[in-house]
Design a protein around this ligand. Sequence first.
Ligand code: AMP
Length: 512
Amino acid sequence: MKVLRKILSLFRRSGDSKKQDNGKTSKALNNSRKKGGGKFDSRRGKGKPYGVKCPSAGAKERSGKSGETPGRGGNSKGGKNPASKGNSLKRSKPKKTVLQIPPEADLISKTAEFASLGLKPCVLAAVEKQGYNSPTEIQKLAIPIILEGADVVGTAQTGTGKTAAFALPVIQKLFLDVPYEQPKPSSPRVLVLSPTRELAAQTAQAFEKFSEFTPIETLLIQGGVSMNPQIDALESGVDVVVATPGRLLDHIRQRNINLKFVRYLVLDEVDRMFDMGFIEDVSNIIRYCSAERQTLFFSATMPEAVMKLSRWALKNPKNAGVGIAHSPADTIEHYVYPVDAIQKYDLLLALLKTLDFSSTIIFTRTRRDADRIAEWIEANNACTCSVLHSDKTQRERDSALKAFKEGKVKVLVATDIASRGLDISNITYVINYNVPEQPEDYVHRIGRTGRANAEGRAITLFSSDEASFLDKIESFIGRPIERRTLDGFAYRSDPMFDARKAASTHRKRRNH
Ligand code: AMP
């Protein structure tokens, strides 16, 4: 028996050295194997290095020459990359089409401000393709810090270009810092955690867009859908995993994924993850990641609990705060419409019939309200609408969002699940059917409109029993919100008078 074991161990060692002789097993990969990756029971065995052309693609970029960027298996001609011999041994999956990087001089002149932050053609090409002219504040602050390798605590208002602020440098580092290699099965090198499935889906799409000129592949792992395709995709090897915490933990427990190779960990919308009760899950997930990682931490607000997590999870982080988490973007006009609670439905209908809009999100406090309001709107033929809340199946959530994004329905009625991070362009109005109880939610909800410096409008329906919430919002954003009435609407009582009365009663109560 002993002899048999010895023979086996010799055989294994000779296999490893053959791989190194091949010259394509990077230092990082070997290091990470030492760090416990070997314990992981991957059902598909070890990953294979990329074809011969891949490392030279990185070298080409570093040497400043533009040209083709081979993808899986490498192909020096044109943008497409047919399977290499090595890759054909893997379970067949559609090969990623890697786009060709345009000539460097031209690219740099078009994206000069981004290039000055340290970004290279492999991602500048994506920036140019997206039509971004200049970096946003959070991008200017965060990109150089991430490129230099430091941990980051970023605070940025929603809709400020935060996703590109972390995705662009992470993609570049993954592609250029070490000669790029095919990911090992089930062992991503980038992990992004997002609070909601919708936000995770959007972030995964952003990674795909920004890595179109590299072979980097992204996988979305979210709950509410079958685990099997996710397991298959993990096994075939992906570079970036964007996940919601609950489903990711399921995969970890079933040993479908190994986080020991994660070199870049992004925790996005951390305060929201706290609000949603995910923080224990998030802390557990962080413990599964390699200690040798760069951690990027983004939160719109920094309550003490969030600060505590950042102190524990990050090493000597640098701040990239744009310090405006307390206020909605300047480009958003927002008003309060006081009304009797009993007339809210009617005022909402009247507003929908009067306002000139192509798309509107109506936020409600409860899931039941969302369902009822959608039924009410459709029953009164005000307009077409879809509903988004956590009681809906993932399929329903996806199709609601898709119909809204594609303009097939004009109104999306949603709970706060849609208040964070969702990037839907050209939203004309955000309507709060209830005054949000948390001032931060007000800022996030109305942040759905006016994204990326576009103009937006937000309306909050306010009944006198909500005075304390409105008061909190106004002190949070540091100014009063203009009250308005709808001309021609049959108010049961003087709405402005009621609003003033409610505010003064509330103030008196607070002073006692
Ligand atoms: P985010 O805050 O990441 O959800 O981004 C909000 C929107 O801003 C998205 O539609 C991005 O594509 C867009 N965006 C991000 N960076 C820029 C930029 N530098 N210039 C113009 N738009 C941008």
